[in-house]
Ligand binder design. Sequence first.
Ligand SMILES: [Zn+2]
Length: 254
Amino acid sequence: MFGLFTRIRRFRLRERPLPPDWVGVLDSNVPFFQCLGEPLRAEFLELLKVFIWEKHWIGAGGLVVTDEIRVTVAAAAVRLVLHIGLGPYDQLSEIVVYPYAYRHKDTDGAVLGEAHTWGTVVLSWPDVRQGLANPQDGHDTATHEFAHVLDIAAGSFNGTPDLQSREDYRPWARVLERHFRRLQGAKRPERQVLRRYGATNEAEFFAVATEAFFEKPRQMKAHLPELFDVLHELYKLDPCDGKDGAPTGRRLRE
Ligand SMILES: [Zn+2]
């Protein structure tokens, strides 16, 4: 998956002690952290350290990137790969954070976040905070952008991340394509669970479906069970649904 030097570097980063403030940040900004029981919580914190110390963090628009920002953003990234390991983020080198929803010169709308194929994720800090603080509204900017990174890491930007085996691709393509088309057609079950923005293209559908998987798992399971199943197979995590959503304690792989 990755080279010897990366493996050694990551091993050393894992060995470094956890900064004392980080758990407090997770407790106040990241509600899903409460759902992580052992041994997932310990693994989550290890991956969090590696992710934070490996990436280059850049404040834009006058923002100074604090540990609170790093820990909160990284939490969203690490949740997606808790059972996969950090491999999908190997090509991601920098995370740019703005203090507001910034604007492109060439677009009218405010941009809440972006993932670039050349290894940069751009985020608006207020939107990251808000997305994680409301864990059940199906909208989570950081989760959305890191889902794009998983997609990009698989080689193209088309809503298909790396799946475990070749056999997994057939049901994946069939299920995602069908729900994508139905969302474009504004079918009711899809609209109840997924943001309309997911109808833009397959890549956006995957990112929006990932947001809903983590934020509206009960609704997705009830209304779109096949979509829930393929995403569950990918992330290998039972999302925290605020009620009985304790994640599974399945064995972890690097
Ligand atoms: Zn997107």
